[in-house]
Design a protein around this ligand. Sequence first.
Ligand code: SAH
Length: 380
Amino acid sequence: MRAGAPWVFSNEILLTPESKALTPGSLVAVAGDDGRQFGTFYFNPKTLIALRRLDPSPHAVIDAAWFRTRLSRALSIRQSLYERPYYRLVHAEGDGLPGLVVDRFDDVLTLQITTKGMEELLAPLSDALRDLLAPTCMVLRGDVQSRALEGLTSEVRALDGQEAPEHLVVEENGLRYFADLVHGQKTGWYFDQRDNRAFMARLAHQRSVLDCYTYAGGFALAAARGGAREVVAVDSSAPALRLAEEAAVANGLSDRCRLVKADVFEELERLAGQQECFDVVIADPPPFVRARKDLEAGAKAYRKLARLAASVTAPGGFLLLASCSHNISPERFALECAIGIERAGRDAALLRQAGAGADHPAHPMLPETAYLKTLVYALN
Ligand code: SAH
C-alpha cells in the first residue's frame, strides 16, 4: 500500500468491533498504524481482498460526479485509440474502477460488476454513464462466478426496465461481427484480441488457416479478410458458430470459411491422425486455470494443446497460442507452450509476445490485471 498497491487483504488489517459490524460494500477511510491516510476504499469483511481503493483522498465523495471524472478519463483514452465506438470502456483497477468492467457497443453498454462494493454504487455509476454517453441500453452481466465470493447473486438484466437487445453489431478491424449480449459469453465479445487478430490477418494472406475456439469468428474472419485461401473454424458451441456464420455472410467471406462444431482436442487429434496441416493455426481457448488450485492440471492442458496445435501446423507455418487465465504467469505459460511444441518434434521461433489491446489497461502494481498472454511462433 505504501508503494501504491490498491488492495488490502483481510489478514493485513486490524478490525475494531465497529468495523467488523460494517455491512459488506461500505465505504471507509483506511489509515496505517503510523496514522498515514491511504484514501477511500470499499470494504467487504467476507472476502480475501477486503479493501479496494477508489480514491487517494480519505474524504472523497463517491457520487455521480466522481464517477463522471473517472469515466471521462477512460473514454478519452479510448477515443485516442479507436475511430469507432466499440471497445472495453472500463477495465476495472486499470481504469481506477475496481470491480467494474464496461464494454461499449456504440450506444449499448454491458456492465460486469464483480464486487459488493461496486454493486452498492450502481446508482451513481449508471447516472454518470447516462450523463456521459446517453446509452440506449445498459445490460448488467452479473453472471460471473466470482460474484458468489462477494455474496452477490447471478443475474442478467437491462437497467431502467429496458429490453436488452439480443443481437448487436461489433465493428473491428474493418469487419462486422455479431455479439449476443444476453446469452453470449462474458460481456458478449472478446475485445482483448483485437490487435492480435489484425496481426494474424497479415500472416494469413494466401495461406490455409485453422482457428480453434473461434467463438463468434473473431480470428477466423480477420484471417479470411486478410486474404486466407481457406479458413476452418472450430468451436463446441452451436450458438457461437451461428454468430460466426452470420458474420461470414455479412462480410462476404462465407465461401472461404468452413465452420466445424467439435471438441478442439478431439478435432486436433483427428486432423493429426490424418496428417492434415494448416499454414496458420490459432488456439485461443477458454481459461484452463480457473482457480489457483487448478494450476498444474491447467498447465498440462496448455502443454497438450500446444503439442497438438503444433502437430497440425505446416512446415514454415505460424502458430498462435493464447491464455486468458490470470492464474498462470506469462513465464509458466510460455514454458508449457515451448515444451508442447518441442514434444511435437518442432523447432520454433517466438515472433510475438503480446497481451490484450490498450483498451484493457493493467494496474502497474497488479500484474494479474494483465491476464491475456498471446504468443505467436514460426515453426520449421
Ligand atoms: N478465440 C475467440 C474467443 C474464444 S472464447 C475470439 O477471438 O473471440 C472460448 C471458446 O471456446 C468459446 O466459444 C467456447 O464455446 C469454446 N470452447 C470451450 N471449450 C471447447 C472445447 N472443448 N472444444 C471446442 N470449443 C470449446
